[in-house]
Unconditional design. Structure first.
Length: 220
């Protein structure tokens, strides 16, 4: 599969019908039963690191933004290639009047905006084509939009260095075969190496098949 085709396959699944059941299937069932990282862990991680000047990349349905952001005056921006996801997430958090950016994260971004204090990339890495080292180029692009001392954080589903139950093995194989996931080579060590080569204060916690990570820009 060509690079451009792989990118399209990874995000094309997010049609309006799929997004309508995403929270129930992924956040309600898959996280708890298949990946064995209940969504409450992801919510806690999000609340811990999000700031009042935040960019969310790979927005999904906007669930974490909706559930984790306190009703405070804030700057919020959404970045995704899929317009269906952008529309759904934007509607869900319209109370914050978010900035909307539709762009391919694996291409030069050239966003017409000022930097942020935090950037989140939840469940994005395992949908991107290539090995961790290739996917990690998005960290270079996003770092340009992160203030010194700012945090980048997120989560990703790993296939190596984690224990997969039968359901996880089958669903991960199915998703990789369909091009929804590309994580057959994704390992915690590789993720740490890429984060530590660019950022400081890197922290990774693995729950089930999911790695929850955070890192800081600057202060080396």
């Amino acid at each position: 599969m060509k690079h451009s085709e792989a990118i399209h396959a990874g995000q094309a699944i997010y049609t309006k019908p799929v997004l309508s059941i995403y929270d129930l299937w992924v956040l309600g069932f898959s996280n708890s039963v298949v990946w064995r990282c209940p969504t409450k862990n992801l919510r806690h991680h999000y609340r811990k690191h999000v700031t009042l000047n935040h960019l969310d990349v790979g927005v999904g349905t906007g669930y974490y933004l909706d559930k984790c952001l306190l009703e405070q005056k804030r700057r919020l921006a959404l970045l995704d290639l899929n317009n269906n996801s952008l529309e759904k997430a934007a509607e869900r958090v319209k109370r914050f009047k978010p900035e909307i950016y539709q762009a391919d994260i694996l291409s030069p971004l050239n966003l017409p905006c000022k930097p942020f204090d935090s950037i989140s990339i939840n469940y994005l890495f395992h949908c991107l084509p290539g090995a961790i080292k290739e996917k990690a180029t998005i960290l270079d692009s996003l770092s340009e939009y992160l203030h010194e001392g700012g945090k980048i954080f997120g989560s990703t589903i790993l296939s190596h260095g984690v224990h997969q139950n039968f359901a996880a093995q089958k669903l991960m194989a199915f998703y990789n075969n369909k091009g929804i996931f590309t994580n057959t080579r994704d390992h915690r060590t590789g993720l740490r190496d890429e984060l530590e080569s660019r950022f400081t204060n890197v922290k990774i916690e693995v729950k089930g098949c999911v790695a929850l990570f955070s890192a800081q820009k600057g202060d080396r």
